[in-house]
Design a protein around this ligand. Structure first.
Ligand code: UDP
Length: 372
């Protein structure tokens, strides 16, 4: 069997690439080391009839119309403007920080128009580096030390196992600060979860006569056996290069599921616990999917250093190594087809803290020029 492209990984990056090539008439082989497709957004219906996310909660959100139209070819969506509460100082309050958070935390009653001045005063009495050097600086420069200590410091320590002052200020860009009462977690126009789950969505992406999928198979074996003119790698960046520039860190999680014999567990789909417990957050899945059941299933996330690689670690040491590996990928990406050309796409292979829509967008950007 001859393939035009061999792809390692059937997550969002690999499946997007596979579909784009197949739609353009190419023959594609996708090899996946796990026994399932959909990578870390894999989900399944549990015994309580609730769709749970095997590797922790995934909410799709994007402002990219092209990406939104692409995914909607493969699924309908249960629309959801995602909301999160944070348990801090003995209270459940809206998070990210907005006007209501400030009023509840400080026992004040300030109006929307006065929130900026309030935060400015908080910032002015705080110490941080300017220009911003790290995650702490980025947060404190927006909300001041008191809110940083309450919501961000310990969550970040727990999530990353590292001092927030060693982490990139870029991470803070994921969390907005709002002066109004908007309590959505994301500000994106399009948000939701696939109506019949991510696994089904990815299965539909891969359901094309031009795509063959091998589960439980090794990419490095496959590229030897099927010498295709192009291959695409979506696994860990350092592993591809035999860790020649040193090991990259990937933060992992223990995810504990619990099905409770009651209809509802908590007030929001996700509740963050920055300070009081070993878990970072609890997700109640039926509040994401909109499913009904007499029972409810929740998951607790306990961060850990080793294990299934979920997160890239944005500190100086890992980012410096990343640069060396990315320089190597550029050489392979620029090779002509048939001469050992390899593309590196996705969170792990680009060592980038992408959201799901960014994975799809970045993959399309790399792959589309090759089919046009
Ligand atoms: N974060 C925090 N407190 C929170 C939520 C997030 O300090 O209550 C910080 C923390 O460093 C976290 C980062 O913001 O890793 C990004 O949060 P996000 O919810 O986007 O993380 P993900 O869903 O990717 O795990």
């Amino acid at each position: 069997m001859k393939f035009d492209v061999v792809i390692g990984g059937a997550g969002l990056a690999g499946s997007t690439a596979a579909r784009v090539f197949a739609d353009a008439g190419k023959k594609v082989l996708v090899v996946e080391k796990h026994r399932h497709v959909a990578g870390h957004c894999h989900d399944f219906r549990d015994d309580a009839g609730i769709t749970v996310h095997t590797y922790g909660p995934h909410i799709f959100h994007t402002n990219d119309k092209g990406v939104w139209e692409f995914v909607r070819r493969f699924t309908d969506f249960h629309y959801l403007q995602h909301r999160v509460l944070s348990y801090a100082g003995g209270k459940l309050v809206p998070f990210p920080v907005n006007r209501d958070t400030i009023n509840e935390v400080f026992g004040v009653n300030i109006a929307t128009g006065d929130v900026s001045a309030f935060l400015q005063a908080e910032v002015e009495r705080s110490k941080f580096n300017m220009p911003l050097r790290n995650f702490r600086d980025a947060v404190v420069s927006q909300v001041g030390e008191r809110l940083y200590e309450l919501f961000f410091k310990n969550y970040t320590l727990k999530q990353w196992g590292r001092d927030p002052e060693t982490l990139s200020p870029e991470i803070a860009k994921r969390i907005p600060v709002r002066s109004n009462r908007d309590d959505r977690y994301f500000s994106d126009r399009y948000q939701g979860v696939p109506g019949r789950g991510y696994t089904r969505m990815v299965e539909n992406m891969l359901d094309h006569p031009g795509i063959a999928v091998m589960l439980g198979a090794d990419y490095f074996d496959a590229i030897k056996s099927f010498a295709a003119p192009l291959s695409i790698f979506t696994g860990e960046l350092d592993v591809y290069f035999g860790r020649k520039h040193g090991e990259l860190a990937y933060r992992s999680l223990d995810i504990e599921f619990e099905t409770l014999d009651r209809e509802r567990f908590q007030e929001a789909p996700v509740v963050n616990y920055p300070n009081d417990y070993d878990w970072t957050r609890i997700t109640e899945f039926k509040l994401l999917s909109g499913e009904t059941s007499k029972k409810t299933t929740v998951c607790y996330e306990y961060p850990k250093e080793k294990g299934e690689p979920y997160y890239v670690v944005m500190d100086d040491e890992n980012m410096a190594k990343r640069e060396k590996y990315i320089a190597e990928t550029r050489i392979l990406e620029e090779r002509p087809l048939g001469a050992g050309k390899v593309l590196f796409v996705g969170r792990l292979a680009e060592y980038t803290y992408y959201n799901m829509d960014q994975v799809i967008g970045a993959t399309m950007k790399k792959v589309l020029p090759l089919v046009q």
